[in-house]
Structures are given as C-alpha cells and as structure tokens.
Design a protein around this ligand. Structure first.
Ligand SMILES: NC(=O)c1ccc[n+]([C@@H]2O[C@H](COP(=O)([O-])OP(=O)(O)OC[C@H]3O[C@@H](n4cnc5c(N)ncnc54)[C@H](OP(=O)(O)O)[C@@H]3O)[C@@H](O)[C@H]2O)c1
Length: 220
C-alpha cells in the first residue's frame, strides 16, 4: 500500500521502519526537507519527500507532528491522495510542555483530534497516540499471541477506520474500536488507556473507565 507519513520523529520514524519492513511503499516528510531524511530513507527504503508531496497517491496518510505544528502544515496537504484516503492523527496536546494553550481545545471542549481535523480540513482517525514509539517495533506480535497488545482507534469515517485497523493488525497489534472522534477524549493524555500495554479486554475496560475532565497538568 502507498502510505504517506508527515513527521519523521519518534513515531513517524518508527512507523516508517515498521511499515517498510512489511513491504509498504512509504513516503516520509519532515519540516526541514527530504535532504535531512537520507539516513532514514537509506535505512528503510522509504522515499524522503517534501511535506507537499507526502500524500501523493497515498491510501493512508499519517500526520505525526507536534500539535502546535499542525497549523503550519501546508494547505492542500492531501491534494493528490488516493480517493477515500484515510488520514491518521497520532497527536497529543501538551499545553505546558510543548504546544502552548489552544483555546478551541480547552474552551470549546473539542477533542484534540477534532481540532486537528478542522485544521487540516479532512476527517481523521485517531490512532497510535497512546503507544510508545519504541513499542511499534518491539511489541509487534503475530495474531493470536497471548501477549499481543491492543490499540484504541477512534474516528467517524467507518471505511477509513476499518482500513487503519487492518493496517494496525498487520503491524502486529489488535485494535479496539473506541467510537467516533467526539469519543476520542477517552484515549487522550491522562486517561487510563494512555500508554497502557494491554490486550483488547484491558483496553476496552480502560476506555470505559475514562473521565471527561481534563486534568490540570493537561491545561494551558
Ligand atoms: N513519542 C512518542 O512515543 C509518541 C507516542 C504517541 C504519540 N505521540 C504524539 O505524536 C506526535 C509526534 O510525536 P513525536 O514524538 O514523533 O514527535 P517528534 O519526535 O518531536 O517529531 C516531530 C516530527 O514532526 C516534524 N514536523 C514538525 N513540524 C512540521 C511541519 N510543519 N511540517 C512537517 N513536519 C513537521 C518534525 O520535523 P523536523 O525533524 O524537521 O523538526 C519531526 O520530524 C505528537 O503529537 C506526540 O505527542 C508521540
């Protein structure tokens, strides 16, 4: 599958590694330009591209940049993507440590991914946001393994969600449907499922145990 990855840091880099190892055709971009990604490209066989070109022909595009950088992404980010492209958002809002205060998230009560969706102008599927980057490489397991982890996946576009869940399954993880994007507060930072290494049952229980209030450490 042709996959575009926007952001080549902890998560974007390891998604590039894992997805190329499965034989996918990955294009990867960062903020500084493809000439700064030659090492990752050589290591993985991915194609380093400009952000503007990352989505070209892609069936899945992953946006994995700091939340504060989302408004800086170029308009037309998804131009040229395959019809029905599924856009994955891995983002987490860290107002104190990194992102600064985003009023629409805190005052309007938008989920973090709904805010991102509005910024980029395309529906998103929230996935990988609570997964440690290293786990993408170290904790992948064949289907049916007793220690296979499950990841929550939220989003409104059912076809896109199915596509992303299938890809995560192929990557070595079970998935739990965490509902629509307005339910995705259940997997944001500070919730029981965030960073949890558990199977589908554990993830389902953790999602159900979440409280909607944003804790003080996650307010700007
Ligand atoms: N680290 C984790 O384990 C983890 C786990 C789950 C979710 N997340 C979330 O996923 C997101 C990415 O996290 P990360 O740890 O991978 O971040 P990171 O290591 O800081 O990497 C961020 C990447 O985004 C790129 N970037 C920044 N602004 C950009 C722009 N305007 N256009 C294109 N690329 C841009 C950076 O490019 P340059 O290299 O050129 O600066 C860098 O490659 C965050 O929201 C984070 O909270 C992280």
């Amino acid at each position: 599958m042709k996959i575009g990855i926007i952001g080549a840091g902890n998560i974007g880099g390891n998604l590039t590694r894992r997805l190329t190892s499965l034989g996918h055709d990955v294009s990867v971009a960062n903020s500084r330009g493809p000439q700064t990604l030659t090492e990752l490209a050589e290591e993985t066989g991915a194609t380093a591209v400009r952000v503007e070109d990352a989505a070209r022909g892609a069936e899945i595009v992953v946006v994995t940049v700091p939340v504060k950088a989302v408004p800086n992404l170029p308009s037309g980010l998804l131009d040229g993507a395959a019809e029905g492209v599924a856009v994955v958002d891995t983002g987490n809002y860290y107002p104190k440590q990194r992102d600064g205060r985003i009023d629409a998230i805190e005052d309007e009560g938008l989920t973090e991914s709904r805010w991102t969706e509005r910024q980029i102008g395309h529906a998103v599927i929230k996935a990988f946001n609570g997964t440690f980057a290293q786990d993408l490489l170290d904790r992948a397991r064949p289907e049916g393994s007793t220690d296979r982890m499950a990841l929550p996946v939220a989003g409104d576009d059912q076809a896109a969600k199915r596509k992303v869940m299938a890809l995560i399954g192929e990557m070595g993880f079970d998935t739990v449907d965490a509902g629509g994007l307005d339910d995705s507060w259940r997997q944001q930072p500070g919730t029981p499922v965030y960073g949890l290494r558990a199977d589908s049952k554990g993830v389902t229980e953790a999602l159900a145990a979440a409280a909607p209030e944003r804790g003080p450490e996650f307010r700007g």
